[in-house]
Design a protein around this ligand. Structure first.
Ligand code: ATP
Length: 204
């Protein structure tokens, strides 16, 4: 992970994750969560709230008395793709993102400018997309432990991606109720008209 000018990373920093488990340790406020934010951000995160920021400019090194503020923040995530995890013909896949003070974002795939859509599609195709990775925020574990059964159920359902289906189910149920009401009205009308129809037939 290469970070430059992103949040508390005034200087260019490179972090390697050679093992399946890595721990980042440091004093409070030293920027540990900013590492997670950088990963979340470079993978296309659009919610500033999830990045603990109010604006795109908040993501850029704000300056200190020793190091002036920067004009842009850049993060890139380098993946070893020798096993073809990403379905593209490159041995290394580099996903990059930059943001400027005016809030403009740029996305890169192996140094070439691409659209956010291209990154999202690549992640989705490699099953690393929205559902393929989970970032558990600080406090989220506490939230699970402290929640009551109802809240815990909704946290689990959210994690499983059931929310989308529940919304669709709710919509379908509303439509079903409406259709049921229409059917009742129509049956009522048929019952009302049928006797007339019989007498009209006799007249014909
Ligand atoms: P904790 O252990 O308390 O959770 P942490 O090590 O996870 O802390 P972070 O929350 O990652 O720390 O980092 C917070 C630090 O990042 C703060 O000191 C904050 O001032 C700094 N920071 C955030 N955004 C910027 C920015 N745009 N420019 C400079 N510093 C920033």
């Amino acid at each position: 992970l290469e970070i430059s000018g992103f949040k508390s990373f005034a200087h260019k920093a490179a972090l390697e994750f050679p093992f399946t488990i890595s721990a980042v340790v440091g004093p409070n406020g030293s920027g540990k969560s900013n590492v997670v934010d950088a990963i979340r951000w470079v993978l296309g995160e659009q919610s500033l709230k999830h990045l603990r920021s109010k604006s795109g400019a908040d993501l850029i090194w704000a300056g200190s008395h020793t190091k002036p503020a920067q004009g842009k923040a850049a993060v890139s995530l380098h993946f070893d793709n020798k096993d073809g995890f990403f379905p593209i013909d490159f041995e290394e896949v580099v996903i990059g993102r930059k943001v400027y003070r005016d809030g403009t974002n740029e996305y890169f795939l192996n140094e070439s400018p691409v659209r956010l859509k291209d990154i999202a599609e690549l992640l989705a195709r490699s099953k690393l997309g929205l559902r393929g990775h989970s970032i558990v925020n600080q406090g989220a574990a506490d939230e699970v432990l402290k929640s009551n059964p109802d809240e815990r159920r909704s946290i689990l359902e959210e994690a499983l991606g059931l929310r989308e289906f529940q919304l669709k189910k709710g919509e379908a149920e509303t439509k079903l109720t409406e259709t049921g009401q229409n059917l009742d009205q129509t049956t009522g009308l048929i019952n009302e008209i049928s006797p007339h129809l019989r007498s009209l037939k006799r007249q014909v």
